[in-house]
Design a protein around this ligand. Sequence first.
Ligand SMILES: [Fe+2]
Ligand SMILES: [Fe+2]
Length: 359
Amino acid sequence: MENKFKKFDNAFEGANWNEHEDDFTQAFYEQNLSQFWRPEDISLQPDLNVWETLKPEIKLAYSRNLLVLTFLDTYQGDIGMPVVSRSLDEKFHQRKAVLNFMAAMENAVHAKSYSNIFMTYMTTPDIDELFKWGEKHKNLQRIMELIVGYYKDLDRYNYIHKFESMKKGYKDLDFRIAQWKAMVASVFLETWLFYSGFYYPLFFYGQGKLMQAGEIINLILRDESIHGLYVGRLAQELFETFSNELQDELQTWVYQFLNELYHEEVELIESIYDEVGLTHDVIVFVRYNANKALMNLGFDPYFEQEDVNPVVLNGLNTETKTMDNFSMKGNGYQKMKSEMIKDADFYFEKEKIIKFGDE
Ligand SMILES: [Fe+2]
Ligand SMILES: [Fe+2]
């Protein structure tokens, strides 16, 4: 009997990892899994001695930054990564696996880690108040609205593409534009927006303070760094399929979107960092990372090159860290095999797979 739901040319198929889908996804897969960690790997108790000595305004700025990060990671896990994964053609089982793995890290590991920091440093009423602050913060809410807005748009187009693409006259260009814009939003979040929040923990870490929380931030930062590179790579591939005219139009959109977000970012940063006198430095750092996000997407930098606070660069410099031996992790931690990555590890030559760590 004919199965009307299944046709031979549209048969379900399994993920065959014996064949490479492209020349970069399996390398990203390896790197992602080798970096896997759990929030409970790092004991936060040793930080309490320092935390207790901090002034209230410093504690407030620190916790508010982690709250901003929490909001971004929550939605990146709940909708951002999953919606991009779902938008990929069904044949890309390995790409979907990589994105799904990243999605799982965002909320279940990253957001959970921020909560672990809150639970160690703060009381429940203070934590509740902190979350309410975020829910009411105009600029944070606007940033979420902008980013998640593009994820929701793609969510809608995913549905249309899946169920209405058989209809006469269907054109998939709108779907592909929505897909690309969601990828841009994703890279902006991963490689740029996180960094206003990362600044303060790195600022402490670079001075040898709140080291356990700093270690968590570094593990998260290491993850976000490859997330931004991977989604950026997919976005660039998609962008190349657009006509020159459309590319010009979308490039204009990218810089407009960047400016819209930047405006909100600056006000968000002022509201958190003015009290501790770091607003200027953080904005410089944020501009530096906005340029990096543009680079991941294949666009030219927008902001002038400026010097970033060396203390933060010291906290950021992954090569000087203990990440490969995880000396500060808790007792229950099993050492994993993982190498530090460099940007150069992700430049892929055509037809050639560069193994991570190879020089
Ligand atoms: Fe994350
Ligand atoms: Fe991420």
